[in-house]
Design a protein around this ligand. Structure first.
Ligand code: HEM
Length: 320
């Protein structure tokens, strides 16, 4: 009998470590920088008060970090004469924003604890604090990520999902990061805040006559002309109902055929439980909030650098 105990215990340990954070801990800075989390939260609250959209931009920065060579702040690295980073990749160029806010947060954190808190952890915390500042759910953020010394333009082009994607492509893009269909549908709810440029929803409003509310399409056409020679960067809210509140209205919009992006609207009619998840989240803010927080933790666990890997950058936009 006793001979079974050790293998069973080992198996349990393996199973537990497979689902736990890969070496990350919420108390990582409890001794080394106890003021870090409050400093970051206060700076995010200020930035969001100044401009509510900034909460959306900070949430997206963490997503675009984690999907490209893991949550290692690679997205923050600027191009130099000898180095090309991720910011000019198609999903990022003239689109991702929030760098000045991250630089400001990093400077405040450096002022209290020198070279202790990574830029990758700042992105993870700023994403959570942004969602909370806009009225959304909270979750505990595992910490201890370190910053990369490299970035990848080609991975930014290949690994970030595109707004033209159908459910199969979306599912594959999330599965490639070990994220489930439930994670994908819950994380898509990040589009309850923030804006999209016309060039990302033009095809949808002019060519998808069946799967879009007619009045919704008409109103968008006034800011997003059919011709690609103008209006490309005009903005529309991703959540037409409550653009700056982090709530579950995004899913209600999808049920009403008022999703802004093709990749949003396709979730409704998909098989394999995807459409069911949309209906479940539309019907329950609590269920959405819980699943969104859990999915954010899983996204934040994608291939972090830990231990002595990488470095703690002094300035987030460049390697030391
Ligand atoms: C499911 C696949 C996804 C696709 C295809 C996608 C695509 C896009 C596109 C095209 C935009 C507009 C960019 C622009 O026009 O400049 C956008 C904005 C945004 N995305 Fe996503 N996204 C996806 C998933 C996510 C996830 C997982 C999150 C976070 C959890 C997220 C958060 C946001 C936010 C908050 C904005 C607004 C940013 C701002 O206003 O600055 N997206 N996304």
């Amino acid at each position: 009998m006793a001979s079974y105990v050790l293998p069973v215990l080992l198996l349990l340990c393996v199973a537990a470590s497979a689902s736990a954070s890969p070496g990350l801990s919420p108390r990582f800075y409890a001794r080394s920088c106890p003021g870090a989390l409050d400093t970051i939260r206060i700076a995010v609250e200020e930035a969001v008060r100044n401009e509510p959209r900034m909460g959306a931009s900070l949430l997206r920065l963490h997503f675009h970090d984690c999907f490209v060579q893991g949550c290692d702040a690679s997205v923050l690295l600027n191009d130099t004469a000898t180095f090309t980073g991720e910011q000019s990749a198609a999903p990022n160029v003239a689109s991702i924003r929030g760098f000045a806010v991250i630089d400001n947060i990093k400077a405040r954190v450096e002022a209290i604890c020198r070279q202790t808190v990574s830029c990758a952890d700042i992105l993870a915390l700023a994403a959570r604090d942004s969602v909370v500042a806009l009225g959304g759910p909270s979750w505990t953020v595992p910490l201890g990520r370190r910053d990369s010394t490299t970035a990848s333009l080609s991975l930014a082009n290949s690994d970030l999902p595109a707004p033209s994607f159908d459910v199969a492509n979306l599912t594959a893009a999330f599965a490639a990061k070990n994220l489930s269909v439930t994670d994908m549908v819950a994380l898509s709810g990040g589009h309850t805040i923030g804006d999209s440029q016309c060039l990302n929803f033009r095809d949808r409003i002019y060519n998808e006559t069946n799967n879009i509310d007619a009045a919704f399409a008409t109103s968008l056409k006034s800011i997003c002309p059919r011709s690609t020679s103008s209006g490309n960067s005009s903005l529309a809210p991703l959540d037409v109902a409550t653009p700056t509140a982090f709530d579950n209205k995004y899913y209600g919009n999808l049920l009403a055929k008022k999703g802004l992006l093709h990749s949003d609207q396709v979730l409704v009619n998909a098989r394999g439980g995807v459409g069911g998840l949309v209906r479940r989240y539309a019907g329950s803010p609590a269920r959405f909030g819980k699943d969104f927080g859990a999915a954010m933790v899983r996204m934040g666990n994608v291939s972090p650098l830990t231990g002595s890997q990488g470095q703690i950058r002094l300035i987030c936009s460049r390697v030391n």
